[in-house]
Design a protein around this ligand. Structure first.
Ligand SMILES: [Zn+2]
Length: 268
């Protein structure tokens, strides 16, 4: 059987204007062969764990109830992307280097998880990429969540758009290049950030914190297309569900970015 993976690659804290200030050949290449918007929107509060709960469950923080980086059980639980994948016999894995992301899905849903809490070291994403290259081709999952956390750390340490932040973004673009090179041509890849940042922080509704790049590519995606519709974190799970040939969960509030698709997948 051929392997047709769907990857979601998160680059935490990557602002879209980094592209103009740094050299990012892997991200630029993905934009050239895919569909993208540099004006996608985070959700408030623009903080990593609330944003990721929104990404995976397609509801705003007011609905899932996680409003800080301290995880707690959802106020009104609903199935997320990985539960939906499991319900449709899809195999999912998660490879990440910020430990609080361990609860993005419920127990017994993931086939494999790898975590080394390594975002506080400059080579934390290089180490993570080594793990991706070690495990992804062997496990051949239907869906993989890959989280690269060091750009955000560099933002907090050096300041967003500072030289140290931009150089870390270039380093992580090299990680993205290594990951993309390990994929079969049939793969679909969605790359985006959870939030941006300003000075040495984020979490506000300022455009610098809220505006993120959102890029998808693969055989079923238009090439070189600039997405014109509004895109937010809520739309990620429905879009990934469409790429995985499964319907969105009925409680999800976002919509698949079908504008990016060569042809709209009929609802199943
Ligand atoms: Zn942060």
């Amino acid at each position: 059987m051929t392997w047709n993976p769907v990857l979601f690659v998160m680059i935490d804290g990557l602002r879209p204007d980094v592209r103009a200030a740094a050299t990012l050949p892997a991200l630029d290449g993905l934009i050239a062969r895919g569909a993208s918007t540099l004006r996608a929107q985070s959700t408030m509060p623009s903080i990593t764990l609330p944003c990721h709960m929104t990404i995976f469950h397609s509801v705003p923080p007011a609905r899932h109830g996680i409003t800080s980086n301290n995880w707690q059980p959802m106020a009104r639980p609903l199935p997320g992307l990985i539960e939906q994948a499991k319900a449709h016999d899809k195999r999912s894995i998660a490879i990440y280097n910020w430990e609080p992301l361990r609860d993005l899905s419920r127990p017994e849903i993931l086939e494999f998880a790898w975590c080394r809490n390594a975002i506080y070291q400059a080579d934390g994403d290089d180490i993570l990429t080594d793990a991706v290259l070690q495990y992804l081709p062997n496990l051949q999952p239907d869906f993989a969540f890959i989280y690269l956390g060091t750009v955000d750390t560099a933002g907090h340490y050096y300041g967003w758009m500072s030289d140290g932040y931009l150089r870390q973004a270039e380093r992580v673009d090299g990680c993205l290049a290594r990951i993309l090179a390990a994929l079969p041509p049939s793969a679909h890849v969605l790359v985006h950030a959870d939030h941006g940042g300003h000075d040495r922080s984020h979490g506000t509704d300022m455009p610098e914190d809220m505006t993120i790049p959102w890029v998808v590519a693969g055989p079923r995606i238009k090439q070189g297309h600039v997405i014109t519709r509004a895109v937010s974190l809520l739309d990620t799970a429905p879009t990934l569900a469409a790429l995985l040939d499964m319907p969105p969960h009925k409680e999800w509030e976002g919509t698949a970015v079908t504008e990016a698709f060569v042809q709209v997948t009929p609802e199943t």
